[in-house]
Design a binder for this molecule. Structure first.
Ligand SMILES: Cc1cc2nc3c(=O)[nH]c(=O)nc-3n(C[C@H](O)[C@H](O)[C@H](O)COP(=O)(O)OP(=O)(O)OC[C@H]3O[C@@H](n4cnc5c(N)ncnc54)[C@H](O)[C@@H]3O)c2cc1C
Ligand code: FES
Length: 272
């Protein structure tokens, strides 16, 4: 669905990271965790291409003043890294945005009788909050959040409020354990007695490590990819990722915007 959305709030939550709440049609409430939106960051020709963002949260906005109408909303959590996201960060309450979504295939919520282990790196936490919100209704959920510094560990209090047990790790040791968050994940997996499923989103190197850890232990793992996208609807093939059978002789590609962005990790090609 394509719709015009009005910004309700847009605030920097950590240096370089912003959280935007905007109005959404009531149908948007059925967005699946892991789905994404394509956003036109302004009405001008430049930048021409929409930018893809995960859906951080959906809900109903209750205005502070009495008499105002409650409004369905969606939220994005984004890192300012280039022209489009810099423009987004300059927008204010009541500014309008053109949005396409919800798009793509989201996470499979799996069985209730297993532990859910969520792994997020930096802004990769964005699509994992809505996922955690759904998973905690039926299963115990643990979050492993990693980043280079404490600035990259986002919205942990929100996850904790859901009842999620949170582990943090930073490469410079400024928050949580010093090191990679995958080390804490491995420790948890070593202590695990029952079944578990892993969900991950973040930099490709982190996803590669998580996919290998899951495959060595035979644990189901879903990853959400965040590459470049031009159209978001399967028309340009600019987003493809190599599938597990891919080789120069037998090309095997997955279209991230229509077949993903969430994949079973075993569907994709990873480095050993
Ligand atoms: C499914 C999905 C979900 C995402 N969710 C989030 C999220 O929740 N939060 C977040 O912060 N980020 C997210 N991202 C990444 C986000 O889309 C980028 O950070 C954003 O597009 C950067 O835009 P920019 O203009 O600021 O950066 P720039 O780097 O200036 O521009 C990025 C744009 O340049 C073009 N481009 C540049 N290089 C290439 C190339 N090699 N091939 C093709 N096109 C190219 C593309 O149009 C791309 O959209 C997501 C990406 C995907 C695919
Ligand atoms: S972004 Fe165009 S096909 Fe996926």
């Amino acid at each position: 669905m394509q719709f015009t959305s009005m910004i309700l709030s847009n605030a920097e939550v950590s240096p370089g990271y912003w959280r935007m709440r905007m109005t959404a049609p009531p149908e948007f409430a059925s967005a699946t965790p892991g789905q994404f939106v394509m956003v036109r960051v302004n009405a001008a020709i430049d930048p021409l291409l929409r930018r893809p963002f995960g859906v951080f949260d959906v809900g109903v906005h209750i205005p502070a003043h009495s008499g105002a109408v409650a409004q369905p909303y969606l939220e994005m959590l984004y890192r300012v890294g280039g022209k489009g996201t810099a423009m987004l960060s300059a927008l204010h309450e009541t500014d309008l945005l053109d949005i396409l979504g919800p798009l793509g295939k989201g996470f499979d919520l799996g069985d209730a009788d297993e532990e859910k282990l969520i792994v997020g790196g930096g802004v990769g936490l964005a699509p994992l909050y809505l996922l955690a919100k759904e998973l905690v209704k039926k299963s115990p959920v643990r979050l492993f959040a990693g980043g280079k510094t404490r600035d990259d560990i986002l919205c942990i209090t929100e996850f904790e409020r859901l009842g999620v047990e949170c582990y943090t790790a930073t490469e410079d040791g400024s928050l949580g354990e010093c090191g990679l968050v995958t080390e804490a994940l491995v420790r948890r997996l070593d202590a695990l007695s029952g079944k578990a499923t892993i969900y991950a989103c973040g930099p490709h190197g982190m996803l590669n490590a998580v996919a290998n850890i899951a495959s060595q232990r035979g644990i189901p793992c879903q990853v959400s990819l965040e590459g470049y996208m031009a159209c978001g609807v399967g028309a340009c093939l600019g987003c493809v990722a190599p599938g597990h059978k891919h080789s120069p002789e037998t090309p095997d590609f997955r279209c991230v915007c229509t077949e993903g962005p969430v994949f079973e990790s075993g569907e994709l090609k990873w480095r050993d």
